[in-house]
Ligand binder design. Structure first.
Ligand code: NAD
Length: 273
């Protein structure tokens, strides 16, 4: 199997994309170390163990550097040296105009969404260097390209994550380590599906594929980037957005554009036809 015997640490594993990634890596042979501040991650770990995977969970805040370093040491003792790191944990809930945004909220988004991946990378790097192999995937966002209205902290942290990705490549590629960023558009996680329908409809209309992405579509991309075969893909920024990262402005209004296209082709339909 693609990840046979590798130890994969996935943060944000209680959430939509992190959980789908953990499930896919486990199906493909990896041993899983799951991290989240939400103790629901214990349940995800129990499900994976029930399905026969080697898996343990750690409940912690990734912005706490000493907790991260202690957990990574514990992972090495209980499962083995980390070979794969997927930074999926993030907060996305602070919405405020730039002019009145609370500085503490801004700092918190940078501390979790950018400081968290930094802490994890610093903690696992010695183990990866020791083994001459490492795969790091940072989940950024389409917001890193175009900003996100009234979510300056989130957008800036996700753009910063691209800068961190580049530097990891520059400094660690010679050690057999790759570090890449994936930039999802709107993905149908529980959180997104709980948003008001009008927001999802606007997101779908601005997406050339005219549908939301599925968590497992993001997981499939991440899994490939974590495979031995992806060893020469390094410092890349890969959009997975149904084309939504492109300029969707057209001479007609967005409403007309949305109406003009037929129904979206469901995910996976091309593969089965
Ligand atoms: N869902 C989307 O449409 C979408 C779009 C673009 C980018 N993304 C990115 O994909 C990643 C996963 O998103 P998701 O949709 O699965 O989100 P989610 O909210 O479902 O999951 C995020 C997880 O991170 C955890 N987390 C948050 N702060 C933490 C902290 N300080 N320490 C430890 N864990 C913490 C949460 O508890 C949660 O389980 C995020 O980085 C997000 O920014 C998602």
């Amino acid at each position: 199997m693609m990840h046979d015997g590798r130890v994969a640490l996935v943060t944000g594993a209680a959430g939509g994309i992190g959980r789908a990634t953990a499930q896919r890596l486990a199906r493909e042979g990896a041993l899983l170390a799951l991290v989240d501040r939400d103790d629901g991650v214990e349940q995800v770990a129990a499900q994976l163990r029930g399905a026969g995977a080697g898996c343990r969970a750690w409940v912690l805040d990734i912005s706490d550097a000493s907790a991260v370093h202690a957990a990574v040491e514990a992972v090495a003792l209980s499962l083995g040296a980390v070979g794969i790191l997927v930074n999926a944990a993030a907060i996305v809930d602070h919405i405020a105009p730039l002019t009145t945004m609370a500085p503490q909220a801004w700092m918190r988004e940078l501390a979790v969404n950018l400081g968290g991946p930094f802490n994890l990378i610093q903690a696992v790097a010695p183990q990866m260097i020791g083994n001459g192999f490492g795969r790091i995937v940072n989940i950024s966002s389409m917001a890193a390209r175009g900003g996100l209205f009234r979510q300056a902290g989130y957008a800036a942290s996700k753009t910063g994550l691209l800068g961190l990705t580049r530097n990891v490549t520059l400094e660690l590629a010679r050690n057999g380590i790759t570090c890449n960023a994936v930039l999802p558009g709107l993905i149908a996680t529980e959180k997104v599906m709980a948003m008001p329908q009008a927001i999802r409809a606007a997101g779908t209309a601005a997406t050339p594929a005219r549908r939301l992405g599925e968590p497992d579509e993001v997981a499939a991309l991440i899994s490939f980037l974590c495979s031995p075969e992806a060893g020469f893909i390094n410092g890349a920024e890969i959009d997975i957005s149904g084309g939504a990262h492109l300029n969707t402005l057209a001479m007609g209004s967005r409403k007309e554009n949305a109406a003009e296209a037929g129904p979206a082709v469901p995910p996976g339909a091309q593969a089965s036809s």
